[in-house]
Design a protein around this ligand. Structure first.
Ligand SMILES: *[C@@H]1O[C@H](CO)[C@@H](O)[C@H](O)[C@H]1NC(C)=O
Ligand SMILES: *[C@@H]1O[C@H](CO)[C@@H](O)[C@H](O)[C@H]1NC(C)=O
Ligand SMILES: *[C@@H]1O[C@H](CO)[C@@H](O)[C@H](O)[C@H]1NC(C)=O
Ligand SMILES: *[C@@H]1O[C@H](CO)[C@@H](O)[C@H](O)[C@H]1NC(C)=O
Length: 420
């Protein structure tokens, strides 16, 4: 039985409760920007960004990004959120690096770069899912991590960031998304790993990153961008994984919000003939991580008005096809998504050619201890259009803004602390 069929079987019990949206998102820009952890500054390592074109060096949570953005690189016009992850480089035997290109996930259309974003609600089936409030943002994972967190069914977070080695017999088989290694939900295949796969994967490597889905109901962000959110209580179901977990939200974080999941498909096939013959694992995350344990992702909410709530209440296709929710959402064409781009603002090469070092100052650090920042870094630290200092001190100033949540969760006002 395939996962989809398994999920469909399950859904008979709770058909009216489960909502899924699965959005192809093309690349908006790739550069050293990270407005959550490094607002106003050039960030230490490269990220790929998708979503609304109001993405910027600084993103004040009091701004309404659904109004500021004029386009989105994601499938749904109402969604001006921003989504970002690190990128992967291939390290050639001659010591130089080149960005690993990405290819579309199955059944997302002809996206250009980027990744797939999922919004999943309805699990546990009878708990209401509230859309995120305006000003909400969060992060998952840690760029300095270099040691494996052992997967345990009792520890939901240990399934949050995984890699899958795609090894299909026949990629042209229309069933290929649903066979072989894809029989299992993310993290649950015996072939899924927390670190990079240790062999060449003929059909590429798929990253899955799953955000926590229980909110404290008050903070739109926290200084670590994490502690306002936790995963539902365990254990993780070995058949349904985190995404269909039936765990409830703990009393400290009682508000169920959509489960946001990113999937990135790294196309390693251009490097087939250059794959190291000595067994060296040649993939390196842009944060100087050759292990994969430091995979991380960020989210800034930016849906128009109550459109996400409407989608979570009404988009019931189990495979998350946005076309089947076009009564409620405006579905963009591939061309419309792919045309939404943001100009690069940092004058350095990050992709398309072999480079002698990873952009920023990211010498490979293989751990297992946490990676440390490089001192005396001379990497480009200003944007082309305006001056932005790169600094080793992460937090220089704290602003506190107040944002009225737009979600219907009965919280009077949420206070957001952000750093700039
Ligand atoms: C980015 O921020 C700068 C400085 O605040 C501003 O001038 C510019 O208009 C912003 N760009 C976008 C796309 O919002
Ligand atoms: C490393 O190998 C790549 C791929 O063959 C080549 O394009 C690049 O010029 C080489 N760089 C050096 C420094 O040898
Ligand atoms: C694990 O990978 C091997 C080698 O590609 C494959 O033969 C096997 O079917 C995979 N197992 C699962 C459960 O995906
Ligand atoms: C939730 O899942 C666990 C483990 O899969 C199962 O034992 C339990 O009965 C489920 N609870 C509900 C309420 O469905």
């Amino acid at each position: 039985m395939t996962l989809i069929k398994a999920v469909l079987g399950l859904s008979v019990l709770a058909q009216s409760a489960i909502a899924v949206l699965r959005l192809g998102c093309s690349q908006l820009v790739t550069e050293r920007f990270d407005p959550l952890s490094w607002p106003g500054k050039v960030s230490p390592h490269v990220h790929q960004v998708t979503g609304g074109n109001a993405f910027n060096l600084t993103m004040n949570p009091n701004d309404d990004y659904s109004e500021l953005a004029s386009c989105t690189s994601c499938r749904v016009k109402e969604d001006k959120s921003n989504y970002w992850t690190a990128v992967v480089y291939f390290k050639h035997d001659n010591g130089t690096y080149i960005r690993v290109p990405q290819k579309p996930n199955f059944e997302v259309g002809k996206t250009s770069g980027g990744f797939t974003v999922y919004y999943i609600s309805g699990y546990p089936p009878f708990q209401h899912t509230y859309a995120f409030a305006r000003g909400f943002r969060m992060m998952v994972g840690s760029p300095t991590l270099r040691a494996e967190k052992e997967r345990s069914l009792d520890d939901v977070s240990s399934y949050a960031s995984t890699f899958r080695c795609w090894d299909f017999e026949d990629q042209n088989d229309p069933q290929y998304p649903y066979i072989g290694t894809n029989l299992h939900p993310p993290g649950m295949s015996p072939n899924d790993t927390v670190g990079f796969p240790t062999r060449y994967c003929p059909n590429g490597v798929r990253s899955t990153i799953i955000f926590p889905s229980c909110w404290d109901g008050a903070s739109l962000d926290t200084k670590d961008h994490k502690s306002h959110m936790v995963y539902p209580e365990g254990p993780v179901d070995p058949i349904f994984g985190i995404i269909w977990s039936n765990g409830s939200c703990p009393a400290t974080h009682p508000v169920k919000v959509p489960t946001v999941q990113y999937q990135v498909v790294w196309d390693t096939s251009p490097f087939k003939d250059m794959w190291p013959s000595d067994g060296r694992q040649p993939l390196v995350l842009s944060n100087g991580d050759p292990t994969g344990f430091g995979q991380h992702a960020d989210y800034v909410f930016g849906w128009e008005g109550s459109s996400l709530q409407t989608a979570m209440d009404n988009c019931k296709d189990q495979k998350g096809d946005p076309q089947l929710c076009s009564d409620y959402l405006t579905i963009l064409t591939d061309d419309e998504m792919n045309q939404c781009k943001k100009q690069v603002e940092i004058d350095e090469v990050v992709e398309g050619e072999y480079i002698s070092a990873l952009p920023g100052c990211n010498p490979e650090q293989a751990g297992p201890e946490l990676a440390t920042a490089v001192t005396g870094c001379t990497a480009v630290s200003t944007t082309i259009s305006r001056g932005a200092e790169m600094t080793t001190s992460r937090y220089t100033q704290t602003h506190v803004g107040t944002v009225q949540p737009t979600s219907t969760y009965p919280a009077p006002t949420a206070t957001v602390t952000y750093v700039a």
